[in-house]
Design a protein around this ligand. Sequence first.
Ligand SMILES: Nc1ncnc2c1ncn2[C@@H]1O[C@H](COP(=O)(O)OP(=O)(O)OP(=O)(O)O)[C@@H](O)[C@H]1O
Ligand SMILES: [Mg+2]
Length: 193
Amino acid sequence: MKLIVGIGGMTNGGKTTLANGLHRSLPNCCVIHQDDFFKPQDQIAVGEDGFKQWDVLESLDMEAMLSTVRAWLSNPQKFARAHGVNVQPGAPDTHILLLEGFLLYSYKPLVDLYSRRYFLTVPYEECKWRRSTRTYTVPDAPGLFDGHVWPMYQKYKREMEASSVDVVYLDGTKPREELLREALEDIQNSLLN
Ligand SMILES: Nc1ncnc2c1ncn2[C@@H]1O[C@H](COP(=O)(O)OP(=O)(O)OP(=O)(O)O)[C@@H](O)[C@H]1O
Ligand SMILES: [Mg+2]
C-alpha cells in the first residue's frame, strides 16, 4: 500500500515541525519539502506592489516536485533507500510519503494523489509574530508579510475552499507533541487499518 499525506497550511503554522515528527514516527516514511522547489531568486517576478512574488505557485517548480512524487510512486523502496530511509523488512508493505509545504492543494496534478490532506492554521497575529522570529535564507523585505504573504495565503485558501478540496484542519497553536499525537492517531486509524 502507498499513501501520500499532505502537511499543508499557512506559513509558520508548524508544517515542517509536524512533518519531521511524523517522519521520525512512521515506518517506511519519506518526506518531500515543497520549499526545496523554489525557483532561483532571479526567476521570481516582481509584482505591481513592488514585492518579489515568492508566495505564488509560479515561484515553485511544481513539475519537478511532481516528478519527485512520481519517482516515489513508481518505486517507494528504491526512493526510500536513495533518501537514507530504512526500509523495515518485517513491517507490513506500507509506504508513506509526506508532502510538506504552503501550497500543496493548489496544483491540480497533485491534488487527487493525497490519501489525507492536513492544513495547519494559527491566528494572524501568531503567524506574523512567529514569522518575525525566523531567519530565512532570503530575508523578508519590510512589509512583505502584510503586503504579500498574508493576502496570497488568503487568496489560495479561498480558492481551495471554493474548489471543495477535502482537508483536515489542524490548530497550529496546540503544543507540538499534541499535534503529532493527533496526526499520528488519525493516520493510523483511518489509513493504516
Ligand atoms: N505547535 C507549535 N507551537 C508553538 N510553536 C511552534 C509549533 N510548531 C512550530 N512552532 C514554531 O513555529 C515556527 C514555525 O514552525 P515550522 O518551521 O514548523 O513552520 P512552517 O509552517 O514549516 O513554516 P514556514 O512557513 O517557514 O515553512 C518555528 O519557530 C517553530 O519552532
Ligand atoms: Mg517549513
